[in-house]
Write a new protein. Sequence first.
Length: 230
Amino acid sequence: MADGARKINWFAITVSVAVVVALVIAAVVVISLNNNGGGDPEAGGTPTASNIESETGAILVGDGANRLDTYIDFMCPICNRFEQEFGPAIDDLVADGEITHGIHPIAILDNRSQGTEFSTRAANAMYCVAVSDAAASVPFMNAMFARQPAEGSPGLSNGQILEIAASVGVDGIDSCVDDGIYADYVTAMTEQTPVQPGAAGIGTPTIAVNGEVISNSTIPAPADLGSLFE
C-alpha cells in the first residue's frame, strides 16, 4: 500500500453491514406481523379490535346513536335472568339501529368457583372471541349463559369454554383462553365498574343508559325498554 493511502476500516464496514442486516430483518418481521393481524397477543395485554373500547372494556354491538352498557359476570345468576328476559329486546334495539350495546364482561364472583377463577376465565374468553370474530360476541355470551354453572361449583373448564366458542363458529383461540391473555385486563376493567345508585359496591348486572348508571329497579319491562332512550 502506498504511503498516504486511506486504510480500510474493516470494523466500521462490518458494523455497517450488521446494521443493514438488522434493519432488513426488522422490516421483514414488521411486514410479517402486519400480514398476520399483528401476531399473537401477549399475556397481560389489552384486547385490540374495532369492536372493543379498550379504555372502557366495552365490547360494542351495533352502531345506534344511543348507548346501553351492561356489566355482566358469567357466574351471576341474576345476569343470566337479565339476559334471558331483556336480551331479545336489546337485540331488537340494536337491529333497529336505535342503540349501540356495550357489553362489559367483568369478574366479581371468582370467590364462588372453588379457586378456579371462573368469572375471570369466562370474561377473558369473551374478549378472545370478540377479537377473533365480532359477530360471535353475543352468540357466545348467550351460549355461555345457557350453560352457566352454579355458584359454588368449579365452573366450566377452559376446554368446555372452548367448546362453547367452537359452537358459535370461533376456533383457534386455545392459547388465548388457556393462557388467560386478557385476565389482567379483566381485573382492571372490573375495578372501573360503576356502582349503581344507592349500592354499597360493584354489582352485576349493572346498567348504564347514555353514560348514566341507573338502578335496576327503574328498568322498564322488556317491551318498553326503548323508553329509556326517549
